[in-house]
Design a protein around this ligand. Structure first.
Ligand SMILES: [Zn+2]
Ligand SMILES: [Zn+2]
Length: 145
C-alpha cells in the first residue's frame, strides 16, 4: 500500500500501541476504522455512541485512497480544527505526520472536559438531593393541584 501523500510504500508500524500503516518518508499514518477506534480507546473509554468521527465540512482532497485509488475526502475530526482525510468507501483515514499525536491530545482534552462535566453533574446531583431533602417537590406538586 502506497502513502496517499508521497506514494512511498507504507510499512506496518505501532503508534501508541496500535498497529497502523505508516509512511517511512513523510511519516503520515493510515488507519482503518478499527484502528481509529482503537486509537480512541487508547485515549479514553467512551461508549461507542460517544466515539466520534463526526464528519462535517467534507471537501475533496487531491490525495487518493491507497486501497481503491478514489480521491480522499477531507473532514474535521470531532468539531475540532483537525483536518483528516478519509476514503468514502470506508477503507480508512489518513493522518499527516504528527496528527495522530494531535488526535490523542485532543481526545485527552475531551476526557478532561468530560471529567469536569462529571463533577458538574455531581454538584447538580447534590443540589437535587438538597431539594429533595426538603419539601420542595411537595410544594412543586402543590402548584399543580
Ligand atoms: Zn508519505
Ligand atoms: Zn478507498
Amino acid at each position: 500500500m502506497n502513502c496517499p501523500n508521497c506514494q512511498t510504500e507504507m510499512a506496518p508500524a505501532k503508534r501508541h500501541g496500535i498497529d497502523v500503516d505508516a509512511c517511512p518518508s513523510c511519516k503520515g499514518v493510515w488507519l482503518n476504522q478499527q484502528e481509529l477506534d482503537a486509537l480512541e480507546d487508547e485515549a479514553f473509554d467512551l461508549g461507542d455512541h460517544e466515539k466520534g468521527t463526526l464528519v462535517f465540512a467534507t471537501e475533496g482532497s487531491d490525495r487518493a485512497c491507497p486501497v481503491c485509488a478514489k480521491p480522499l475526502q477531507g473532514f474535521m475530526y470531532r468539531l475540532y480544527d483537525l483536518p483528516l482525510e478519509f476514503c468514502a468507501e470506508g477503507h480508512g483515514y489518513f493522518l499527516d505526520a504528527g496528527e495522530d499525536d494531535r488526535v490523542l491530545a485532543l481526545m485527552r482534552e475531551e476526557e478532561a472536559r468530560l471529567k469536569r462535566s462529571e463533577k458538574a453533574e455531581d454538584r447538580w446531583t447534590a443540589h437535587l438531593k438538597h431539594l429533595r431533602s426538603g419539601n420542595f417537590f411537595d410544594r412543586l406538586r402543590g402548584l399543580f393541584e
